[in-house]
Design a protein around this ligand. Structure first.
Ligand SMILES: O=C(CO)COP(=O)(O)O
Length: 256
């Protein structure tokens, strides 16, 4: 059974005070029992949010981490620093980090491996740019990114991770992929996992869509049962719209 997921990616938004304000306002009315609900917030807010979120059932995630345990890596945060604080999830390989901070398929692989070793749930992002899409390279690219990220993992480890298909051209643009397109690519990603491992693991891994998801379009992505939830940027910043996303997703139930 695949449990639905709504994960907010706050990116570089919200100070500690603003983040706490979000949690004092958000009303999920028990919906986190049926939907794995995560907020991935800036590092500096994480300790306060883990405390604040306890009652709400919302899990707290980071947006990045280093793969090493410790070392001379100025400005980096290690997996143990996250788990010590009660962080449970971590976004890995977001396209903004690939594009602006030179993350590669290899660093994504190392981080995924390390997150799993530390019992963190990695939310591994893959997706093509507009140029790559127009060149007809979407499938080839996402397969490459997925295969690189899961290389060397065991089946059990693959079943613990969450993949997120985020076409770069749909992020923050208000132009989401169509539900048909997203479903098509996500089905292909599941097949890629099956080709590398087996159908059972592919049936267990959760795959999300991300890119201009809003309360008024999320239902269309969930309809076929192929997409297990969403990784949401802009619409996760507002407590009302975040709650609405969780509420609509809760109606889907577990699939698989
Ligand atoms: O990048 C995203 C989530 O990781 C998507 O951002 P938007 O929902 O703002 O398009």
């Amino acid at each position: 059974m695949r449990r639905s997921v709504i994960a907010g990616n706050w990116k570089m938004y919200k100070t500690v005070a603003e983040a706490l304000e979000f949690f004092s306002t958000v009303q999920l009315a028990g919906k986190t029992d049926s939907v794995e609900t995560v907020v991935c917030a800036p590092f500096i807010t994480l300790p306060a949010l883990v405390k604040e979120a306890k009652e709400s059932g919302i899990r707290i995630g980071a947006q990045n981490m280093h793969w090493e345990e410790e070392g001379a890596y100025t400005g980096e945060i290690s997996p143990s620093m996250l788990t010590e604080q009660g962080v449970t999830h971590v976004i890995i390989g977001h396209s903004e980090r690939r594009a602006a901070f030179a993350e590669t398929d290899e660093s994504v692989r190392l981080k995924t491996r390390s997150a799993l070793d530390h019992q963190l749930t990695p939310i591994v992002c893959v997706g093509e740019t507009l140029e790559e899409r127009e060149a007809g390279r979407t499938r080839e690219l996402v397969r490459e990114q997925v295969v690189a990220a899961i290389r060397g993992l065991s089946s059990e480890e693959v079943s613990r991770l969450i993949l997120a298909y985020e076409p770069v051209w749909a992020i923050g643009t208000g132009r989401s992929a169509t539900a048909e397109d997203a479903t098509d690519v996500i089905r292909f990603i599941r097949k890629s996992v099956a080709d590398q491992f087996d159908q059972q693991v592919a049936n267990e891994v959760r795959i999300l869509y991300g890119g201009s998801v809003k309360p008024d379009n999320i239902e269309s992505f969930l309809q076929t049962g192929e997409i297990d939830g969403a990784l949401v940027g802009g619409a996760s910043l507002d407590p009302g719209s975040f709650a609405r996303l969780v509420e609509v997703t809760a109606r889907r139930g577990d699939v698989g």
